[in-house]
Design a protein around this ligand. Structure first.
Ligand SMILES: [Zn+2]
Length: 459
C-alpha cells in the first residue's frame, strides 16, 4: 500500500509543480486548477500491478472507490491514492479528476459546486453526513479545498480544519462518508545554543527556537535553578528538541530531547527518556531524576510576605514569636498544590491557621498549608495526593492580615525553612531500564557537544 501511495504522491507532487500559468481559469474571483489524474485501464497502468491484494478485492467487487485509509493514518496524499483504485475498478470507464479550489470571499460550498458543475445531490448528501456539516459550514477565504470527481459525481472532498485535523469525505460501498483524520506531522531534530543577555525568552528566540522551548527549559531545570532570581547575563544553554512540521511548514517546537544549562558557571544536563511503560521524564546523564520529591513553593505567589524566622514580631498578636514557615502572598482563590506525594492527615479549621491542610509524606516529612479560603474537591483526611494536585485555595482565614499561604515543612516534627531545606530527589531511573537508558541517551547527549547545525530526522 505504501509503495502505491508513494508512486501517486510523487506523480501528484510533480503535477503540483506545474507552472502557475495553469491557474487563471474561469472568473478572476476564483482560482481553480483541474487536471485529470489518471486515464486508462488496468492493463495500461503498470503501477497498478504493484497494488497490494488489500485493494484488489474491492476492485473485483465493483466498489467504485476503495475505502479511505483508517483515521489517523491518512497522509496528505491519501486522497490522491483513491482515484488509482477507482481507475483500476472500472477500467477505462472511471478516471477521476482532482480539483484544488481556493476559496474566495463569500464563497460557499453551494457556489463552488455550481461553478464546477458538481452534483448538487452529492452536496446535499454530504450535508447529512455526521460531522461533515459543521465542518463545512463556514469556509475561509484563501483556504483550499480538494475535490475528486468523475463527470461531476463527487468521489472525494478534503478540507484542512486546523493544524492537526482534516475532514475527508470519500465514497465507498455505502455511498459518501465523512471522517476527521489527524494530519501527518513530521518532526525534525534540531540543536540550538545561546547565551543570556537579558532574559531566557529572548536568548532562546535569538537562538532560533520558540517560547515553548524556553518554557520547557525552565521547567526542566527549574528544580535546580530559580529562573527569576538565579539567572545571570552570560549564562548559556544548548538544547536539542524536535521541531514539528506539516506539509513543509513549521508548526511548533516539540519536546526537548536533551539540554544543558550553565548557570553562574555550573553546568546542568538533562536528557529525556521514555521508559518501556511509556513514562517520559528528564534525568541527569547518570540517570538521576531532575525532579525533587517536593515543590519548593506549592503556590504561584506574587511575593514572599514573611520569611522563615525564629524570632519576629507577630503582626496581629504583637508578640515576638517564631515564624516557623513561609508566607507566600497571592490573591484569594489562587490554587495551592500538594508539594509532594502523600496522604492528607488533616483538612479543617485549626486556631490561628484558619482553614489548614496537613499532608504526611514518606521519610517523616509533613507539609502544612494555612489560611486557606476553601478546600479543593476531594481534600479530606485520608485522601491520597500526588505532587502538584490542587488541594485548596489561598485565603486569609485564621490570624492573617492579608491573603497569603502560610507553608510549613517539617521533618520528624522539626520545622525547616522551606526556602532553603535540601529537598529529597524524586526516584532515579528504574534499575531494570538503566542499560536501555544509557544506550538511548548517549546519542542525544552527544548532540549537545556536536557542532551547531540542524539535523533532519524522519519519523
Ligand atoms: Zn505564616
Amino acid at each position: 500500500m505504501a509503495l502505491n501511495f508513494k508512486a501517486v504522491g510523487n506523480r501528484l507532487g510533480a503535477l503540483r509543480r506545474l507552472p502557475s500559468a495553469a491557474f487563471c481559469l474561469q472568473a478572476a474571483a476564483c482560482a481553480v486548477v483541474a487536471w485529470s489524474l489518471w486515464h486508462g485501464g488496468l492493463s495500461s497502468a503498470p503501477a497498478l500491478d504493484k497494488a497490494p491484494p488489500a485493494t484488489k478485492p474491492d476492485a473485483r467487487a465493483g466498489t467504485p472507490v476503495s475505502a479511505a485509509p483508517a483515521p489517523g493514518q491518512a497522509a496528505p496524499i491519501s486522497l490522491a491514492a483513491t482515484p488509482l483504485a477507482g481507475a483500476q475498478i472500472a477500467g477505462a470507464q472511471l478516471a477521476l479528476s482532482r480539483i484544488d479550489v481556493i476559496v474566495t470571499r463569500n464563497d460557499t460550498l453551494d457556489r463552488i459546486f455550481r461553478r464546477l458543475k458538481l452534483s448538487l445531490a452529492d452536496l446535499a448528501s454530504i450535508r447529512f453526513l455526521p460531522g461533515a456539516r459543521t465542518n463545512l459550514d463556514s469556509l475561509r477565504p484563501g483556504e483550499s479545498l480538494h475535490l475528486m470527481h468523475k463527470d461531476g459525481q463527487l468521489f472525494g472532498l478534503e478540507r484542512r480544519l486546523n493544524e492537526s485535523q482534516t475532514l475527508k469525505v470519500s465514497r465507498d460501498v455505502g455511498g459518501l462518508k465523512a471522517d476527521v483524520v489527524q494530519n501527518a506531522l513530521d518532526s525534525r531534530r534540531r540543536t540550538v545554543r545561546g547565551r543570556i543577555d537579558s532574559s531566557l525568552f529572548e536568548a532562546v528566540q535569538a537562538a532560533g527556537a520558540h517560547d515553548q522551548t524556553a518554557v520547557a527549559l525552565a521547567d526542566i531545570f527549574g528544580w535546580d535553578i530559580d529562573f527569576v532570581l538565579d539567572v545571570r547575563p552570560g549564562d548559556a544553554f544548548v538544547v536539542t528538541y524536535e521541531e514539528i512540521w506539516r506539509d513543509g511548514a513549521y508548526v511548533k517546537d516539540g519536546p526537548i530531547e536533551a539540554a544543558a544549562f550553565v548557570n553562574q558557571g555550573h553546568e546542568y544536563r538533562a536528557v529525556r527518556y521514555t521508559d518501556p511503560e511509556g513514562g517520559s521524564h528528564f534525568y541527569t546523564p547518570e540517570g538521576k531524576s531532575l525532579h525533587k520529591a517536593f515543590l519548593r513553593a506549592p503556590v504561584e505567589f506574587t511575593r514572599v510576605s514573611s520569611r522563615f524566622n525564629s524570632a519576629r514580631r507577630h503582626p496581629i498578636l504583637n508578640l515576638i514569636r517564631a515564624h516557623k514557615g513561609i508566607d507566600y502572598a497571592a490573591p484569594i482563590g489562587t490554587p495551592v498544590k500538594a508539594a509532594g506525594d502523600g496522604r492528607v492527615r488533616f483538612a479543617g479549621n485549626k486556631g490561628g491557621y484558619g482553614n489548614v491542610v496537613e499532608i504526611e509524606h514518606s521519610a517523616s516529612i509533613v507539609t502544612v498549608y494555612g489560611h486557606l479560603s476553601r478546600f479543593a474537591h476531594g481534600t479530606h483526611a485520608g485522601a491520597r495526593v500526588t505532587q502538584g494536585t490542587v488541594i485548596a485555595y489561598v485565603g486569609m482565614t485564621g490570624l492573617a492580615t492579608g491573603p497569603h499561604l502560610h507553608y510549613e515543612y517539617r521533618v520528624n516534627g522539626e520545622f525547616k525553612n522551606p526556602q532553603t531545606v535540601a529537598l529529597p530527589g524524586a526516584a532515579p531511573i528504574d534499575a531494570r531500564w538503566s542499560a536501555d537508558f544509557l544506550t538511548r541517551s548517549a546519542p542525544l547527549l552527544a548532540t549537545l557537544d556536536a557542532p551547531q547545525g540542524p539535523v533532519l530526522v524522519s519519523r
